[in-house]
Design a protein around this ligand. Structure first.
Ligand code: GTP
Length: 600
């Protein structure tokens, strides 16, 4: 198929607005799938994606479409991850597209990820085809949604459709062919290849999704990576057809396919990397970067599983997800573990879930920490990635300054909740960047906020304050001096390093109180008092005591009530089993740890 009849496009939308349903509908319309084959055909292939109903890893499918004149077109539907944690992947997937269907749920209206993804697409000069979905529902508000889209994107002719029933979908392909230009690449130019997604296949190793930007990629040829300067042989080229891969001898400019390059590690397949002919090497596309971890947390094996099991599971997991960073870490209470870096909080949650689902590995994660940039008295700079590291620097009085990452948060919400949301942002140390109304009932706020605030209770409070109606998204937005302290926890005067967290100075006392209270509630009583303290440096900011069990509770059992004594012993046994973390002679139940570490 000639380049003029190739279209590369993606669907951008907020979570749950119907992206996967529309993708399946398009597969069905091109004869690729029969109705009801969703599970087998689904573009969302990871178990986590299915259980959470979100798209994480971009996947792509090539569709053949025949227009009214009988002309055949190759339509590459490039599936982009919708969530901001993966915004780098989104932008790289977009680099392979010339068009995007901007999908908005007519019962919900424009939401935060719609706006964030729209701007990503707009910045890359991608042609937008606006679409209003779920018009089959009785409470669909097509005109209201259209007005909002006009206010934010200046888009007028949105197509009303129902991805579910197929209503209006017939207009999609003609609109795509009309509005979206063919890929700009030249077949006679030197080879340039963009890698925009990669994954690990258990049987075939690393597979890469690529688009030929210029030239022609031939099976068996050698190509060189701009990122690593390593050379690879092209072992396989496959068109990703819905029914399965179709091997190809070559791939021309503008086209998209899956290639096997014999890479051993997923880290070699950097999303955004450019490949070219070693005889005529080409520079990387501008904007290429390695994804940067935004959130760090300690990862420890949960009861029963040893550190070896964790390491083994993690090393297998890293074959599949190269964006997690891992360093060894150890804690007096939790033992040996790993300090991991994640792209964001959703990524952290997804990794934790995938370790459990795919590797049967339950882990405990310590309080998420954003990377802080420290300047030391000796003039050096350092990235602080754990509360313990910050506590140590404070103890040594080694710091000159400390900077924390900021994010630009976009919040969309029904107008009635705006007052509460403004208060929330201000309490979280936010600076207002802009406020506008998409309609009389719908407002958009943009704030600059410390990333650390997003990493804690922000999301929950936003949802509570707006009865679940507000949506938000964020992107990196520079940094600012950080007014933070390590908040430590002591049990019977012994520090519990694993429970240290970094908090805003002004919130240390409140957080301290909440932490000691939670721990007190979760601790088993023993024959001695247990003193729990929250500290900042040497200052105690909160304190609670778990009172000792009175001795006569046990003494009573000797009165002959055998069954009661048995019960008590059983209870003790069960208590012992779950209390595997010891601080001095005090046992802290796992659940207590998990509760204290929970973000809010
Ligand atoms: P992410 O993958 O998380 O981004 O979600 P998504 O945008 O792919 O949403 P998905 O296609 O999974 O649809 C979300 C829900 O909306 C599902 O329950 C769909 O059945 C439903 N849905 C999608 N399109 C329509 C539609 O046109 N009409 C109706 N009534 N329901 C729809």
């Amino acid at each position: 198929i000639p380049t003029e009849r190739v279209r590369n496009f993606c669907i951008i939308s907020h979570v749950d607005h119907g992206k996967s349903t529309l993708a399946d509908r398009m597969l069905e319309m091109t004869g690729a799938a029969r109705p009801g084959e969703r599970e087998a055909q689904s573009l969302d292939s990871l178990a986590v994606e299915r259980s959470r109903g979100i798209t994480i890893k971009a996947q792509t499918v090539s569709l053949l479409h025949e227009d009214e004149e009988g002309e055949r077109w190759l339509l590459n539907l490039i599936d982009t991850p919708g969530h901001v944690d993966f915004s780098y992947e989104v932008s790289r997937s977009l680099a392979a597209c010339q068009g995007a269907l901007l999908l908005v749920d007519s019962t919900k209206g424009v939401q935060a990820q719609t706006v964030a993804n729209f701007w990503l697409a707009f910045e890359q000069s991608i042609e937008i085809v606006p679409v209003i979905n779920k018009v089959d529902l009785p409470h669909a508000n097509v005109e209201g949604t259209r007005a909002q889209m006009r206010a934010v994107f200046d888009e007028k002719d949105a197509l009303p459709i129902s991805a579910k029933t197929g209503q209006g979908c017939g207009a999609l392909f003609p609109a795509l062919l009309r509005s979206v230009p063919p890929p700009p690449g030249r077949r006679d130019a030197p080879l340039r290849l963009l890698l925009f997604d990669s994954w690990y296949d258990d049987y075939r190793g690393v597979l890469c999704l690529v688009q030929v930007l210029d030239g022609t990629l031939a099976l068996g040829s050698q190509i060189v990576s701009a990122a690593s300067a390593k050379t690879y042989a092209v072992q396989q080229i496959e068109l990703m057809r819905p029914a399965g891969p179709v091997p190809l001898p070559a791939l021309a400019a503008g086209q998209v396919a899956c290639v096997a390059l014999g890479m051993k590690h997923i880290q070699e397949a950097s999303v955004g990397d450019t490949f070219s002919d070693p005889a005529a090497p080409q520079p990387a596309l501008p904007g290429f970067q390695k994804p940067q971890p935004m959130v760090f947390a300690g990862m420890y094996p949960l009861e029963g599983e040893g550190f070896d099991a964790l390491q083994h599971a993690m090393s297998r997991f890293l074959l599949k997800d190269g964006s997690v960073t891992v360093e060894p870490e150890s804690s007096p209470t939790l033992g040996q573990g790993l300090r991991c870096g994640f792209l964001g909080l959703l990524h952290l949650e997804v990794v934790q879930q995938r370790l459990q689902q795919e590797h049967d590995m339950e882990v405990l994660l310590t309080s998420p920490t954003v990377p802080l940039r420290a300047t030391l008295k000796d003039g050096s700079q350092l990235e602080v990635r754990s509360p313990e590291a910050l506590a140590q620097l404070k103890l040594e009085d080694a710091l000159v300054s400390l900077n924390e990452p900021l994010v630009k948060v976009t919040i969309l919400s029904p107008s009635e909740y705006v007052g509460g949301l403004i208060t929330l942002c201000e309490e979280s140390g936010g600076q207002l960047l802009s406020q506008s109304f998409l309609s009389a009932e719908h407002a958009m706020l943009q704030y600059s906020l410390p990333l650390a605030e997003i990493a804690t209770e922000f999301h929950d409070r936003l949802k509570t304050l707006s009865s679940g109606y507000a949506s938000f998204d964020y992107e990196p937005h520079g940094e600012q001096p950080a007014d933070v302290v390590p908040l430590g926890l002591h049990v019977n005067k012994r520090p519990v390093g694993a429970l240290t967290r970094i908090v805003r100075s002004s919130k240390a006392t409140d957080f301290g109180r909440a932490m000691v209270q939670t721990l007190k509630e979760e601790m088993d009583r023993t024959v001695h008092d247990i003193v729990i303290q929250a500290t900042v440096g040497s200052r105690v900011v909160a304190r609670e005591t778990v009172r000792a069990v009175r001795k006569n509770v046990l003494a009573k059992c000797y009165g002959g009530d055998i069954s009661r004594k048995k019960k008590l012993l059983e209870k003790q046994k069960a208590g012992k089993k779950r209390a595997s973390l010891h601080v001095g002679d005090v046992a802290i139940p796992h659940e207590a740890f998990v509760k204290v570490l929970a973000p809010s």
